[in-house]
Design a binder for this molecule. Structure first.
Ligand code: 26W
Length: 821
């Protein structure tokens, strides 16, 4: 039997130019002289993806031959960032393309700027998923990412008079050249209805779902190219469509408008990404999204990816479904339903198999972020799944009562079903009971999961719990985003670090090399010039590249404590304006913020307005002679991160200890040669261990101290009364100094700090200010500072997401690498 060939693209400038013009003329239908930038970008993207096609097709062909075990990464979010550069890097086309485009009078950079980033995630959790699939492709591990193709990603943030105003993220508007829609492979997903009893052929009484309505899931495939691996994995995102039945109704029913409304209803499911990060809203549409994408994914894997006639008892040999937080956990009862109701398995058999197929990653410690679904809602939308969850819980509680016969309280505590304030399913508990493994995302976080959030479960199943510290992809966040530093590193130690980041250790001796440090500083300076240019064009913000770049970029949340940093700034300003601090003694700094607030999170939005108000006041106050400026560009996203982080001197990681699960921005800063000022929280703990105390500005309460203070009854006002600098800073805000004299504007923010301060910002204020004073001293010695910065890079190799993937593979997945051809 002859194997049909796969087309190959020729790797030369001439061939590239030919392909590009063909795409422009035949694909876009324009000739070069009349082509818009968007035409050229789309033609370019399609040309580049052709160069990855051979690898993709042979990866898929090879996979169906070998039937190797795959990871199915189930995630409601994949925050991919722009695709063009990453694809060029993977295809090894950068030089060819630059030359080829130049011969046509086109600048690659102009096309880069034309790409709208797919913002299909909120923050850390979604970006982590994107880093992980990049690493798996690079490491030759078979993986399918499964998620949702939101028509609108994370909202576009604008500022109107300093206040956040959200605009829809219409990212598909100008075309989306990276996706491959497959409407012919749509799958049906059911909802609603009821459960009925029936007798099977052998007269056994069984239960089955009689759904009330259904939608179609259309898969859109994206390439996930590895770096130098030859592998291209697949990301499959699902888009909701009305079923054919709806379409027919539209023409047959008299009520045309009603039928169209039904269609719109179905398509709403994948319409928009929920912008809540950490406080779930418990909205019906969100549960629909969750079930929609996991039902599509399981059906896809079982019916399309697995060969026909596959014995599902061997499912655990072929797949592990990794649950990215609780958002996809409804996959557990769904797989049970498929095995028991559709395939006719007995319960115990199905449960044993299901447990082997799932593992769960928890990404939070905030109790309010743990998803629960009211039984009323779940029962209405997924009645059969609710029954299955009840049965899982019944058997689990029975097991517990056997293990703890005299401890009914413990048994109740561990129930998957919460009784108060309403009866609801605790999704984290369901995931913990169902999963073969449960992991946290940094050492401290995993410890706190075991000791606090899931302590009963960890006592019951100690071996189930493990840690995998997060990581970031060095391709996007060092090689591509910081070409200057990447070039210097490669010159010093070769280019092996791109896939083996521990090799950065080889830079350690160079921290003591004055010439190397000079070049390192020069690159940092050039990166500041680059971001200064971007900020001016993008936002009309002027910054001084000669200042210390002090950067805090992350979602706006009280636990992350943007207010703590703001209090430091306001305090400096207050001391300068009252003459207690001489301008000459102030280290010139650019305070950069980037943060989106969940649209319904009122306090977070007020904090954004306050940062902008303080920024406006400082930036306009000529008496500061430009020594302190605030830069708060709107709409912080992956694209902006890629130019901002390489320019940073100081990385702000100042969450209240015990609240930030890991953080991943902290890792990106470290790898780009910023020093961290941070609390003993999340992965900061591991960063400090690796880089050493002398190269890290630690401050603040640690987690046990926080627990103790909260236990005793925390009184923030006591700090206001005893700390004069703190009082003056808060009073200055209250005085209306940043709100045109209006004392009411920011009163709620200050009142909250004074009377509630859930995250102990006031308690950590003095320690933070003291640590910032140490930063000033350290920065004054540029040679010593640069030495620390180099050591941060040299010791950051651990934070490659390749290492995270190795840990998942060894501890959870057991999926060996497979050569792609
Ligand atoms: C709306 C419900 C909800 C609840 C929780 C939405 C999103 C969440 C996530 C768990 C929030 C999140 O992104 N967590 C972050 O995950 C990162 C990757 O592991 C960590 O680095 C961050 O510390 C953690 O906050």
């Amino acid at each position: 039997e002859t194997i049909p060939p796969i087309a190959v693209r020729e790797h030369t400038v001439d061939a590239f130019v030919r392909e590009f013009l063909r795409e422009l003329n035949f694909g876009q239908g324009v000739d070069l002289t009349r082509a818009s930038v968007n035409d050229k970008y789309l033609a370019m993207a399609r040309t580049v993806r052709h160069y990855l096609m051979t690898r993709w097709l042979s990866t898929l062909r090879r996979q169906s031959e070998l039937q190797a075990k795959s990871v199915a990464y189930l995630s409601a979010e994949f925050l991919l960032g722009r695709q063009l550069d990453n694809a060029l890097l993977a295809a090894d086309l950068e030089d060819i393309v630059t030359e080829g485009l130049a011969s046509l009078g086109i600048e690659l950079d102009e096309l880069r700027q034309a790409e709208v980033e797919p913002g299909l995630g909120n923050g850390g959790l979604g970006r982590l998923a994107a880093c992980f699939i990049d690493s798996l492709a690079t490491m030759n591990v078979p993986c399918i990412g499964y998620g949702i193709r939101y028509e609108y990603g994370i909202f576009q943030q604008t500022f109107v008079d300093g206040e956040q105003v959200e605009k829809p993220d219409d990212w598909l508007r100008l075309g989306s050249p990276w996706e491959f829609p497959h409407p012919e492979s749509a799958v049906t997903v059911d909802f609603g209805g009821s459960v009925e009893q029936y007798q099977d052929d052998d007269g056994v009484v069984k239960r089955r779902w009689v759904p009330g309505w259904s939608v179609l899931g259309v898969p859109y495939n994206y390439m996930v190219p590895g770096y130098e691996s030859g592998r291209v994995n697949t990301l499959r995102l699902w888009s909701a469509r009305a079923t054919r039945a709806f379409d027919l109704e539209i023409f047959n029913s008299g009520d045309y408008a009603e039928a169209v409304r039904a269609q719109t209803f179905a398509e709403n499911i994948s319409k928009v990404l929920y912008p809540e990060d950490s406080t779930p809203q418990g909205k019906e549409l969100r549960l629909q999204q969750q079930y929609f994408f996991v039902a599509c994914s399981i059906k896809d894997f079982v019916d399309q990816v697995l060969p026909q006639g596959f014995d599902l008892h061997k499912l655990p040999e072929r797949i592990v479904f990794q649950l990215n937080d609780t958002h996809p956990v409804i996959a557990v009862p769904e797989l049970m339903r498929v095995l028991v109701d559709e395939k006719g398995w007995d319960w115990d058999d199905a449960w044993a198999t299901t447990q082997q197929c799932f593992a769960y990653t928890c990404h939070t410690l905030l109790p309010e972020a743990l998803e629960v679904w009211p039984v009323e809602l779940l029962g209405r939308l997924l009645p059969r799944h609710l029954e299955i969850i009840y049965r899982i819980n019944e058997e689990f509680l029975e097991e517990l009562r056997e293990a703890y016969p005299d401890d009914e309280l413990r048994v109740r505590r561990m129930s998957i079903i919460a009784e108060y304030p309403v009866r609801a399913v605790r999704m984290a508990y369901l995931a913990t009971v169902a999963g073969s493994k449960v992991n946290g995302v940094a050492a401290l976080h995993s410890q706190l999961l075991r000791d606090k959030v899931l302590d009963d479960f960890a006592q019951h199943w100690p071996e189930k719990f493990t840690n995998v510290t997060n990581g970031v992809t060095p391709r996007r966040f060092l090689k591509l985003s910081n070409p200057g530093l990447s070039g210097l590193i490669t010159e010093a130690i070769g280019d092996g670090w791109v896939t083996d980041l521990d090799r950065l250790k080889g830079l350690e001796p160079l921290a003591d090399d004055a010439e190397f440090r000079r070049r390192f500083r020069e690159i940092k300076h050039a990166n500041k010039l680059r971001i200064a240019d971007v900020l001016e064009r993008r936002d009309g913000i002027v910054v001084d590249p000669e200042t210390l770049f002090d950067v805090m970029v992350k979602r706006l949340h009280e636990y992350k404590r943007q207010t703590l940093k703001l209090l430091h700034i306001v305090s400096l300003y207050e001391q300068i304006t009252t003459g207690r601090l001489a301008l000459a003694d102030v280290t010139p700094r650019t305070f950069a913020f980037g943060a989106k607030a969940a649209p319904g999170y009122v306090m977070a939005k007020q904090i954004i307005a306050l940062i902008n108000a303080v920024g406006r006041t400082l930036n306009e106050d000529t008496s500061l002679e430009g020594r302190l400026r605030i830069a708060f560009p709107a709409n912080y996203n992956v694209t902006l991160a890629e130019t901002l982080i390489p320019a940073a001197d100081l990385s702000e990681q100042i969450s209240l200890a015990g609240k930030e699960a890991s953080g991943t921005g902290n890792m990106k800063f470290m790898l780009n040669g910023a020093l961290t000022i941070g609390t003993d929280d999340g992965a900061n703990v591991e960063i400090r261990q690796l880089v050493g105390d002398e190269n890290f500005f630690l401050f603040g309460l640690d987690e046990p101290q926080v627990a103790e203070i909260v236990e005793r009854g925390y009184q923030p006002s006591a700090y206001y009364e005893t700390n004069a600098d703190l009082r003056r800073a808060l009073d200055l805000i209250l005085s209306g100094a940043f709100s045109g004299g209006d004392r009411h504007t920011f009163e709620p923010v200050v009142a909250n700090l004074l009377h509630e301060d859930r995250f102990l910002a006031l308690a950590d204020f003095q320690a933070y200010v003291d640590a910032q004073a140490k930063v000033d001293v350290a920065y004054a010695d540029q040679e010593a500072w640069t030495r620390s910065a180099v050591l941060n890079v040299a010791r950051g190799g651990f934070f490659s997401s390749d290492r995270s993937m190795r840990d998942y593979i060894d501890r959870i997945w057991h999926t060996p690498p497979v050569s792609p051809s």
